[in-house]
Design a protein around this ligand. Structure first.
Ligand code: FES
Length: 82
């Protein structure tokens, strides 16, 4: 199975606004991590859309291996050493 690129080996802390819609980059290629910039176009991946429930800081997955996308679930800790 095609794996997404590892954009970061640690999660991204982002401040989100209540009610605003976000598109989390699932392919790992975006230059505006952790958000999609359309770089996924020629891949099998599509961004994960979510609406912020409240204005807060969120930890979004950087390794693109989370089982709870777009949120970090600690999967980055299982990444093979570089
Ligand atoms: S750029 Fe990665 S999902 Fe869009």
């Amino acid at each position: 199975m095609t794996q997404p690129q590892i954009a970061s080996r640690i999660p991204f802390a982002v401040e989100v606004e209540a009610g605003k819609t976000y598109f989390w980059c699932a392919c790992g290629r975006s230059h505006t991590q952790p958000f999609c910039d359309g770089s996924h176009r020629d891949t099998v991946f599509t961004p994960a859309r979510f609406v912020a429930e409240r204005s807060e800081r969120l930890w979004l997955c950087g390794c693109k291996r989370s089982a709870n996308k777009p949120f970090c679930d600690g999967s980055h800790k299982q990444l093979p050493a570089e």
